[in-house]
Design a protein around this ligand. Structure first.
Ligand code: AKG
Length: 319
């Protein structure tokens, strides 16, 4: 039986097949290119993974800063010290919430059953020191560091003071410290008396006390976390005296102690910026004293006086 001629469609298919044969060289090139691409991607992935794992700590800015801080304080870069210095840097640079903090309202606070209250007769003025923290740092509340008359006199001096932008070494400058300050001259009787009183509280000579510095925070202004002391011969104690109630906010916060003290007229907080460590002759900075001045949120500015007390002679103008 004669076979039927192939259909037109079948003929077209057959011709197309004959015209585009799979050439072995093209096939090889295609395989080689895909293989190379896959290998390159694999290598890149491996490199990225290893690079992530192998970022060495000394390449991290905070780690380098932690080593610098420890070096300045004469501390060995042991694991514990580095860890704590990193905590300090973190607390000083990261916004924090006061949420879980112990809040001290000077007029409402009562000493706990185990508090050892210290009464001091300084300069004809009876002071009661209430311990707020004794474990990690030494911090006291002095409920009435000055009389009503003395506080009024200091506020009057503040109203006449030439407040300038406060000095800051921080890279964020006035964004970091927007409050302002002025030095109170020693030739005022109240200023002179307070220098003597502060020296008596700390058991040192009046010549160890720096010139008093009045600080002003207008609503919204602040001073972000910092330490007051630069080292063993710098500010050993800080006595921060509140002159008024700004009507909201304006606390002094200690992020590493989870403590904040609300300002109340005539009350002061006293803390020791330095601590001793076995095997180290000179006192070293206590990182737990990192603190800030929080912004007043009411209508009034906050006024306070910084009294810094050293453990050696202070001459005006000394760094
Ligand atoms: O005003 C405060 O609560 C803190 C003040 C302070 O830290 C400072 O002036 O160094």
């Amino acid at each position: 039986m004669p076979s039927r001629p192939p259909s037109l469609a079948a003929l077209r298919k057959q011709r197309a097949k004959q015209q585009t044969p799979v050439q072995p060289t093209r096939w090889f090139i295609l395989c080689a290119a895909s293989g190379t691409l896959i290998a390159a991607l694999g290598l890149m992935l491996l490199y990225l993974t290893r690079a992530r794992i192998e970022i060495r700590p000394e390449e991290h800015a905070h780690y380098r800063e932690a080593l610098r801080v420890l070096g300045n304080d004469g501390l060995e870069p042991t694991d514990n010290n580095v860890r704590f210095a990193l905590r300090l840097i973190d607390a000083a640079t990261t916004p924090y919430s006061n949420h879980d903090f112990q809040t001290i309202e000077p007029f409402g606070w009562l000493p706990g059953p185990t508090s050892v209250v210290k009464d001091i007769e300084a300069d004809g003025h009876n002071l009661t020191l209430l311990p707020l923290e004794t474990g990690f740092a030494k911090v006291w509340l002095v409920k009435d560091f000055v009389s009503q008359e003395e506080a009024s006199e200091l506020l009057t001096l503040g109203s006449r003071a030439d407040f300038g932008t406060s000095f800051t070494k921080h890279s964020d400058g006035q964004e970091w410290r927007s409050s302002s300050s002025a030095v109170l001259k020693r030739d005022n009787a109240v200023v002179d008396r307070l220098r003597r009183r502060a020296a008596m509280v700390c058991g040192v000579r009046t010549s160890f006390v720096e010139d008093l510095q009045i600080v002003r925070y207008r609503p919204g202004e602040r001073y972000q976390p910092h330490m007051d002391s630069d080292g063993p011969h710098h500010r050993h104690w800080t006595l921060l005296l509140y002159l008024n109630d700004p009507g909201g906010g304006g606390a002094t916060g200690f992020p590493l102690l989870q403590l904040r003290v609300m300002p109340a007229p005539r009350a002061a907080i006293l803390w020791e910026n330095l601590r001793s460590e076995p095997g180290i002759a000179l006192p070293i900075r206590n990182y737990y004293t990192l603190h800030d001045g929080q912004a007043p949120t009411g209508e009034h500015p906050k006024f306070a006086v910084n009294i810094w007390i050293r453990n050696s002679e202070y001459a005006p103008g000394m760094a």
